[in-house]
Design a protein around this ligand. Structure first.
Ligand SMILES: C[S@@+](CC[C@H](N)C(=O)[O-])C[C@H]1O[C@@H](n2cnc3c(N)ncnc32)[C@H](O)[C@@H]1O
Length: 212
């Protein structure tokens, strides 16, 4: 894929393949990692019809568009209010929208216990703020890059039904051992990882199921 655009204007409109996307300069634009998750969803799911699915850290909502098109009963969320605003507009423009909710909040803090079948997320996963860039919400995964991922895993344990699926991205810059420990400590079985080589960095997509 396909097209990356960061406008100097506050708001901009872009096109990626057949999708029209509305962006704001404070919102993470669809990038290599976004496209990797977006494309990989087809490997794992052929349909999500009527399944309760959440995509925390939705950014522009691009991954959520795919989930909604697969029929998910979808909750998209982000801590950045403007991300929620553009994600909502993008979901309206590109999907049927009747099965979609967008909420502003911290990871999955506002979701009822054992109410979801799938949690899918491209979270911030870098170990430190990227130098010279103050859009830290995009990248800053906290200490070792796993701060937010640990929070994601423990929240997913709470909100997922038994056998529910957690699919999330990290990178070779993230402390992967800590991720595996957090998954095991929270009762997840790591079933599969798939990777994408970006040269200096490798993206790693984790597919885990909640066992208890
Ligand atoms: C790497 S970007 C990914 C955006 C989008 N999922 C994508 O793939 O293009 C990470 C996103 O996480 C959001 N975020 C950061 N901390 C968060 C938190 N504590 N709770 C919810 N969202 C958060 C950021 O605002 C940003 O939109």
């Amino acid at each position: 894929m396909r097209y990356i655009h960061v406008s100097k204007e506050e708001f901009s409109l872009i096109k990626i393949d057949d999708y029209k996307l509305f962006l704001h300069c404070s919102v993470y634009p669809p990038s290599e990692d976004t496209f990797f998750v977006f494309d990989s969803i087809d490997i794992f799911f052929s349909s999500l019809k009527f399944k309760p699915v959440a995509e925390p850290c939705t950014g522009s909502g691009f991954i959520s568009i795919k989930l909604a098109m697969l029929g998910a009963n979808l909750l998209a969320s982000d801590l950045n209010f403007l991300a929620c605003y553009v994600a909502k507009e993008n979901l309206k423009k590109n999907t049927l929208y009747f099965n979609v909710n967008v909420v502003c909040g911290n990871v999955l803090d506002f979701v009822k216990k054992e109410s979801l079948s799938y949690v899918i997320c491209n979270p911030p996963y870098f170990p430190e703020k990227v130098k010279g860039i103050d859009r830290f919400l995009w990248w800053d995964g906290g200490e070792d890059g796993v701060g937010l991922i640990k929070k994601l895993i423990s929240s997913a344990k709470y909100v997922l039904k038994k056998d529910g699926v957690l699919l999330f991205l990290a990178s070779s810059f993230t402390n992967l051992i800590q991720i595996k420990i957090a998954l095991a400590e929270n009762g997840f079985l790591l079933k599969q990882t798939i990777t994408k080589d970006l040269g200096e960095e490798e993206l790693i997509l984790f597919y885990a199921t909640k066992e208890i």
